[in-house]
Design a protein around this ligand. Structure first.
Ligand code: MF3
Ligand code: CO
Ligand code: CO
Length: 269
């Protein structure tokens, strides 16, 4: 068996890139729109409804998670020790919680996928720290991206930052190619899997997500046997995740899901 990844990674045409920009901007705008509502006392179901209605009615777009492999809601909401794929429910946010909201929209057949952490009220030092380190991991990953680079450099850089901060990177879930498909090749691992030299060489026109999930404790995770979706840390430690959809360019990359609140971050310029 060959170790070389031979799966094709799609290169988007100028027209497809335009559509990726539109879908990605819409996804980013949902996170901006929902921000004032993400407060103590609101349930994640209410956040789901606010996002769903905005995507469908204001954006005239489709919430990609809804019915995706049977997922029952329009966004993912992952609180505290939930790593990803949290299902919106009657659970209300409370002071000190950290929550990831993950939004994917489909517009004109193309997907935009992005997520960020929200801190509810006054949170602990460790809660703030895991949110910050996970965001730094995303930005450090983004900084590696350029035409001609190996895909595996992204995970290596992210993993090193997590190690340095005594946090761990989830291995069971990755970033992914994105376009007309929600999840396409390549798989974007967020740690050094020892396979960098065999990883694909990035080319301008590729689009994929980077979405590190970073745990305060160990990297191991469980998937709920009750709902078959909710992923939690095995040791119940806090977990944080940030995600962008990016386009590889000759000189670096374009962060297609960039929000206004991020425009001061040098690596994203
Ligand atoms: N948005 C998630 C990602 O970043 C995927 C969610 S799949 C769902 O890849 F079915 F849970 F919505
Ligand atoms: Co994604
Ligand atoms: Co996502």
């Amino acid at each position: 068996m060959s170790l070389i990844q031979i799966d094709m990674i799609d290169i988007k045409s100028a027209n497809e890139i335009k559509k990726m920009r539109v879908a990605s901007r819409l996804a980013a705008e949902v996170l901006d729109m929902v921000k004032p509502y993400v407060k103590s006392g609101i349930s994640t179901d209410e956040l789901n409804k606010i996002c769903h209605d905005y995507i469908v009615n204001a954006q005239k777009a489709i919430p990609a998670p809804l019915n995706y492999n049977g997922f029952p809601k329009s966004i993912c909401t992952s609180i505290n020790n939930v790593v990803c794929h949290g299902i919106p429910s009657e659970r209300k946010l409370k002071n000190g919680d950290i929550v990831n909201i993950d939004v994917t929209v489909i517009k004109n057949g193309f997907h935009g996928d992005t997520s960020k952490m929200f801190i509810i009220g006054k949170s602990s030092v460790k809660a703030k720290r895991i949110c910050r380190i996970a965001q730094e991991c995303l930005y450090i990953g983004i900084k590696q991206v350029r035409h001609g680079m190996r895909l595996g450099e992204i995970g290596k850089a992210i993993g090193a930052h997590a190690d340095k901060n005594h946090c761990s990177i989830v291995r069971d879930y990755c970033g992914h190619g994105i376009g007309t498909m929600f999840h396409a090749t390549p798989q974007v691992v967020h740690y050094d899997d020892g396979n960098i030299d065999n990883s694909p060489i990035l080319e301008a026109g590729m689009t994929f997500t980077i979405e590190p999930m970073v745990n305060l404790g160990g990297f191991e995770v469980n998937t709920s046997k009750i709902d078959n979706w909710t992923v939690t840390t095995k040791d119940r430690s806090l977990s944080a995740q940030w995600e962008h959809t990016i386009l590889v360019t000759k000189t670096g990359c374009e962060v297609l899901t960039l929000r206004d609140e991020e425009t001061d971050i040098p690596v994203l310029k």
